[in-house]
Ligand binder design. Sequence first.
Ligand code: HEM
Length: 457
Amino acid sequence: MSLMNVTPAPASMSTPFPMQSLPGVPVLGVLPELQKNPLRVMERATLEHSPVVRLPLPLVEGFIISDPKLVEHVLVGNSRNYVKQTRGYEMLRKVLGNGLVTSEGEFWKRQRRIAQPAFHRERMLAFGEMMTTATTDMVNGWQPGKPFDVANEFMRVTLRLVGETLLSSDVTSSASEVGQAITVALEHLIHRTLHPFGFPEWVPTPRNRSFQKALSQLDRVVLGMIASRRDGSGPKNDLLAMLMEARDPETGEGMSDEQLRDEVMTIFLAGHETTANALAWTMVLLGKSPQVEQRLVKELTDVLGGRVPTMSDVPKLTYTAMVLKESMRLYPPVWSLARRVVETEVIDGVTLPKDAIVFICSYALHRHPDFWKDPEAFDPERFAADAPQPVKGAYLPFSMGQRKCIGDTFAMVEATLVLATVLQRMHLSLVPGQQFTPEPVITLRPLGGVQVVASKR
Ligand code: HEM
């Protein structure tokens, strides 16, 4: 439990809401505004109303919390009382099924235990060379002077890498198909989350039909990976092997194809989209901050002296890691989290009623002036070893507590090696006139991509 004053609510409590409520229209509340710009609504609510504000919504009670202690309470201190039974996760289950991100309880715990060894540091050692080779192949494909979308390039390289490292599968030939299918699926999910009164998936509207098509494309790729390993000829120590070999301690049975599909789809999606977006935003920020880029390139020269980086260089690339952390502060790839309250709790005088949905907007917490000095500035020094630690609960790129990202180390290593391999050889300038609007489609993407021109260093 956290050190907060927590009292279970009396059974008879009629839920008074001692806190402010965002203004909204009758019946629909703030839903129309959320549909237009969810990021802006969440950001305003977090920045202007502390520690908690009610979000008037149809069908559910919503609250946005912005007090880091409260955030820690929900995600760590009493996380058992805050579950993933929310509309957003229900939508996500349409693509990910019941995999590590979406499952809960004892089942989730077992699956996490099975998957965890695939992410141990020692396992990671084998991945370094795959990461730099894939990045070198990507850079070799760039034509100096010719504009291209580097966000799309990062999607492709991270997709290739999650396939090669954790699933030992070559997905490069289907990268474009997969990329498009993922975009269609994620856009559909956020649309459905924000439009609860739309047609259900079985009604063959054009939107639903493209979603179903995207889902079948993704299924084909994922089921193909599983099928090609069923004869047992593949590697024995990657994540897919661990999942396939796991046996239920009571029944002795292995995972069904359906469960394997859900876990693989989850890793496939969670394991590349997020890192690709972190890298894309990093390029945007570096493109606008030549001094930071210069310092980063100096570190690469000092540490690597022109060599391709290896795993053992990663701990030495400290400024590169600081840049990535600061980039994920300003543009956290997972920009918000949501949980449903199991039992009413009164925390430091704030009542969170049973079945209410609690939203935590990492994007806004990361820009809150109470917790960050000059919050809009891109300043990697915040994450220097001798700088004060960020306020606990106010920096959540990978979330915290038992549902924290399983791939956080993998992602940091991958992003560091990709960034170092690219910037050591190339300078990327942003094509002028771009807005770089954050588009919150489950993950936070730069709307329309990031057009750059590469030149050799
Ligand atoms: C910069 C990159 C990444 C970011 C910002 C990120 C962020 C997050 C966040 C915030 C969560 C919690 C989500 C929630 O509460 O619903 C999460 C969970 C998860 N992430 Fe990541 N992630 C990244 C990379 C990865 C990678 C590379 C993998 C796998 C290869 C991965 C796999 C997962 C899984 C399986 C979960 C669910 C964990 C659980 O509940 O047990 N992520 N991630």
